[in-house]
Design a protein around this ligand. Structure first.
Ligand code: SF4
Ligand code: SF4
Length: 499
């Protein structure tokens, strides 16, 4: 590849350049940039923002002669190993990227002196959002969700009794008719409002307690999505105690992903998730993973809720997950709104930071190649987004009775029956899920604002009494993001064979 090729065809060349490894024996290294190429489905117990890596294809503007470029504001530089640095700019469409020394020096030239592009590599910096026309603000991250996520709350019943659960357990289940009405209505409207995909979360309670019902509902969902011209994806959120070979085969046939809740190993998990029948929930979950899911080729996502009780054991829990190379999400504990007594599970900030740092060490030793930053930091993801979650625009909950709620944590906030619901009412719901530029001043100027997007709006409101208020986990995010970003940099080095 010649320099002029790259300069003339930035759109075509950027992807290959970011994948190219330095050649052995090169006397002088050309400037290089490595960006994330993959996306992965990491599930959590919530409704995270759905973000995809933007392809490294930002075309050069037509008038390049008069273009004066400068470094984008708020850049964070993190040394990785000799010769390589991670560079993170909040608005970068590619997320954090790795530069070699030569690439970093070229980027620094724009900090010292704003200037027109004069080197082919400048277009890689441009595509990654690391340099930008002087006098113009960098563009905001794309905020145009194409996926409507619907949490179908199939049952209030459960076979476990987790102390932090926000569901009042009772034998109340969603009927197939209620589900079908909701799916028919929502699918048609989703299509009309520009969504391309419907994502269903089969949740509860424990949804496997109503297995046959869930199967019927899923068949209806497949039909309704097809009729509406929507892609369908579905995830089963389960405690993993009631899976068997036949059930997993069916999930596999249907392309339904599995997210398992795991809060510790052995007795710790059993203490946090005690089973009604007195048997070990952990042993059944481990059996499901090791003897059924993985042998059948279904790789579950692991959801860990970090509380006062398990933070100290987070590192060993994560080891178990990493030994199996499973995608995971770490979710910081949120007390249920209807149970003030569970507040004793909330962690002190320092204890949470300590537990997470120990987990980061394990992660560094067993560094996965998939982009784990999407699930590492509570509600945050590894790519820029403006809202902490889809509440108010691309997410809703359907209760067993067929009512729409804005969030699974606030089923008491009914938005009306799903059978007559209009999606355009979503933004008028009682939870104000503001874009991070409208959160408090700390968020607006924070370098991590498009990673955490201000955190869960409900928690911010509980903590500060304001929808634009500060998040109780902010100090944790701020303390840990530099280390989390460093791990992402090491991952990129590993993926590209640079360590
Ligand atoms: S919650 Fe904290 S870490 Fe997140 S954007 Fe706001 S100030 Fe930054
Ligand atoms: S408001 Fe909070 S709990 Fe509800 S979906 Fe959003 S991030 Fe999750």
């Amino acid at each position: 590849m010649t320099q002029s090729d790259t300069f003339a065809e930035p759109r075509m060349r950027l992807a290959s350049s970011s994948m190219t490894r330095p050649q052995e024996g090169e006397s002088t290294n050309p400037p290089r940039l490595w960006a994330r190429q993959q996306s992965i489905k990491v599930e959590n117990d919530c409704a995270c923002a759905v973000v995809q890596p933007a392809p490294p294809s930002l075309a050069a503007p037509p008038d390049t002669q008069s273009l004066i470029l400068r470094t984008a504001p708020d850049a964070l530089v993190i040394p990785l190993r000799p010769g390589y640095r991670l560079l993170f700019v909040p608005t970068s469409p590619q997320g954090p990227v790795v530069l070699n020394d030569e690439g970093y020096l070229r980027w620094r030239a724009f900090a010292r002196q704003p200037q027109p592009p004069s080197h082919p590599f400048d277009w890689h910096l441009w595509a990654a959002g690391l340099i930008w026309p002087e006098g113009q603000p960098p563009p905001l991250p794309q905020d145009n969700p194409t996926v409507l996520t619907v949490w179908l709350h199939l049952t209030d019943a459960c076979n476990l009794d987790c102390p932090y659960c926000y569901v009042q357990k009772r034998p109340r289940h969603m009927s197939v008719e209620v589900a079908e009405q909701a799916l028919t209505r929502l699918s048609l409207q989703a299509r009309g409002r520009g969504f391309r995909r419907l994502k269903l979360k089969y949740a509860g309670g424990e949804p496997t307690l109503v297995w046959k019902r869930m199967q019927s509902i899923h068949q209806r969902a497949v039909q309704r999505a097809r009729e509406a011209g929507l892609e369908l994806e579905a995830v089963l959120l389960t405690n993993g105690t009631r899976l068997n070979v036949a059930r997993v085969r069916w999930l596999q046939e249907q392309g339904i992903r599995v997210a398992l809740s795991l809060d510790g190993l052995g007795p710790l998990h059993d203490r946090l998730r005690p089973a009604h029948d007195g048997q070990s929930a952990f042993q059944r979950l481990a059996h499901a993973v090791d003897d059924i899911l993985l042998p059948l080729g279904l790789r579950p996502s692991i959801t860990i809720t970090v509380t006062r009780w398990n933070a100290g054991a987070l590192a060993e829990t994560l080891s178990w997950v990493l030994e199996r190379d499973l995608p995971f999400s770490l979710n910081f504990y949120r007390p249920p709104w209807n149970m003030a007594s569970s507040d004793d599970l909330r962690l002190e900030t320092q204890a949470l930071i300590d537990g997470m740092r120990a987990a980061f060490q394990v992660l560094e030793q067993h560094l996965p190649t998939w982009p784990f930053l999407d699930g590492l930091m509570d509600r945050g993801t590894g790519l820029p987004h403006r809202h902490a979650c889809g509440v108010g625009h691309s997410y809703l909950v359907v209760t067993p009775e067929g009512q729409v709620a804005p969030c699974h944590m606030r089923r008491d906030m009914s938005l009306g029956p799903a059978a007559t619901f209009h999606l355009h009412h979503l933004p008028q719901g009682p939870i104000r899920n503001l874009p991070v530029e409208q959160r408090d001043a700390d968020c607006r100027t924070c370098p991590f604002r498009y990673l955490c997007a201000g955190g869960c709006p409900l928690e911010a409101f509980r903590h500060s009494g304001r929808w634009d208020g500060s998040n109780p986990y902010c100090a944790v995010y701020r303390a840990l993001y530099p280390e989390a970003l460093r791990l992402e940099g090491l991952r990129l080095l590993k993926v590209h064979g640079l360590m």
